[in-house]
Every structure is written in structure tokens, then in C-alpha cells.
Design a protein around this ligand. Structure first.
Ligand code: SAH
Ligand code: DHB
Ligand code: MG
Length: 222
């Protein structure tokens, strides 16, 4: 499944990107830097980056958490949405990814607004519990742990705070009944559990935005 907005119509994508201009020179450089350093090319799509910025801005978030930093592309989008008074706590297991992100945050002029925590997120998240409650949690790391990240978010968001989670259509596999590998099966089952708890677990009012990748949006209600 390609990282595109609203379908597979190239003309439509070109139209949307030419009008809304999701990627400025700084984000383009961030994307290219990650590619040069050999990072996987799995950052959010251009329009999804703009969704992150505008949704962050819409909810007036000032304190956000990101799980899965990669090269900093989505982190820059979220931090722009937070505005100059905002703070982003971002979590990344891979040292090279984190170093690359730090360079891009510095180039973007927002390094002082961002704390990068390195290590498996489930071992690291407790370090920011003291800064709760948060306004926004963006989940975009290892899919098998999405349910646990959601549990952490439910306990550390303010009421009215928002979870955004990428890839919640599992590259089109979310409704499949057989899988090409055990890894795919584990990821899909975890993403299904994540969506089910977000939708029916009682603590969130939720929807799944049909972006290229599927972006679950869950608002904490209790
Ligand atoms: N949000 C990024 C893309 C993240 S890709 C963007 O759009 O720019 C997923 C990232 O999660 C990768 O960098 C990967 O190294 C990281 N990751 C995988 N498992 C992790 C874990 N257990 N804890 C923290 N980060 C993890
Ligand atoms: C892939 C894409 C993602 O957005 C992600 O978070 C992890 C993996 C992928 O295409 O493999
Ligand atoms: Mg993703």
C-alpha cells in the first residue's frame, strides 16, 4: 500500500499536493537526510505529515508524545503544530535513527523543544510519567506493541487528549483471514486489538481516518 492521500489517482494526488503544499524545503531535506543515512523510507506520507501538524494545532496541544521517531519527519510536523511554546517527547529504539532525527530537529530550529528517549519505548515511557497529563500521543513504532502503547496513553493523557496511530489498516491486511508470515499475522492481530480497544474499550471515542496508511484518532473520554 503506497503512502498517498485519498486513493491511487495520481492526478488527484498531484492536485492535492500542489494546492496544500505539505512539504517545505526543511521537510524535504529531512526526508533526504534520512534516505542518505540509509534509514528505512517509512516516514509518514507528505499529506499525513500535514494532517499531523493541523490536527495537533486543531486540538491546541502543547505537550505531545511520539513513539517511533525514525528520522524526525513526523516529529517536525507535530512540533510545528504545537507552536513555539510546545514540547515533544519522542521515543526511538535505534541510535542511528535518533541521531539522524536530532540533526534534522536542529536544522529545523526546534531541537530545544524536543526530548529524544533512546531504547525500547515500553522501557522508556515511564521516564516522562512525571510530565503527564499529555495532550497528544502519536503511535508509529512496532505494531505488536500498539495495544500496550494505547494502555499507556489512556493512563497518561488528559481527558479530551488525543491518540493518533499510523498504519492501522495494516497495509490493507487488517481484514485478511490468512497471512504471508507469522510476523504479518502478529502485527495485524495487534493492530486489530488496538482498533477494538480504541473503538469499544470505553475510554476513548474514536474513528479511523482513511488516509493512505489508515490513521486511528481516539479521544480520551474517561
Ligand atoms: N514517525 C516516523 C516513522 C516511524 S517508523 C515518521 O513518520 O517520521 C517506526 C520507527 O519506530 C523506527 O524508527 C523504528 O526503529 C522505531 N521502533 C521500532 N520498535 C520500537 C520500540 N520498541 N521502541 C521505540 N521505537 C521503536
Ligand atoms: C512501514 C510503514 C510505516 O509507516 C511504519 O510505521 C512501519 C513500517 C512499512 O511500510 O514497512
Ligand atoms: Mg507508520
Amino acid at each position: 500500500m503506497k503512502k498517498i492521500f485519498g486513493g491511487t489517482e495520481t492526478k488527484v494526488v498531484q492536485y492535492v499536493e500542489s494546492v496544500f503544499q505539505p512539504e517545505d524545503a526543511c521537510l524535504k531535506e529531512t526526508r533526504e537526510r534520512a534516505e542518505l543515512k540509509g534509514l528505512p523510507i517509512i516516514q509518514v506520507g507528505k499529506m499525513d505529515g500535514l494532517h499531523l501538524e493541523t490536527l495537533t494545532r486543531a486540538i491546541g496541544a502543547k505537550k505531545a508524545v511520539e513513539i517511533g521517531t525514525l528520522g524526525g519527519y513526523s516529529g517536525i510536523c507535530i512540533t510545528r503544530g504545537l507552536g513555539p511554546e510546545g514540547k515533544l517527547y519522542t521515543f526511538e529504539v535505534d541510535q542511528t535513527h535518533a541521531d539522524t532525527a536530532r540533526e534534522s530537529f536542529k536544522k529545523a530550529g526546534i531541537l530545544d523543544q524536543i526530548e529524544i528517549h533512546i531504547g525500547p519505548a515500553l522501557d522508556q515511557l515511564h521516564k516522562i510519567n512525571k510530565n503527564a497529563p499529555f495532550d497528544l500521543v502519536f503511535i508509529d513504532a512496532d505494531k505488536v506493541n500498539y495495544p500496550q502503547y494505547l494502555k499507556w496513553a489512556a493512563d497518561h493523557l488528559k481527558i479530551g487528549g488525543v491518540v493518533l496511530a499510523d498504519n492501522t489498516l495494516a497495509w490493507g491486511m487488517i481484514a485478511d483471514s490468512s497471512f504471508g508470515s507469522i510476523e504479518d499475522e502478529r502485527a495485524v492481530k495487534a493492530l486489530r486489538e488496538f482498533n477494538l480497544v480504541a473503538a469499544q474499550g470505553g475510554r476513548f471515542r474514536s474513528t479511523l481516518l482513511p488516509t493512505g496508511e489508515g490513521l486511528t484518532l481516539a479521544i480520551k473520554i474517561r
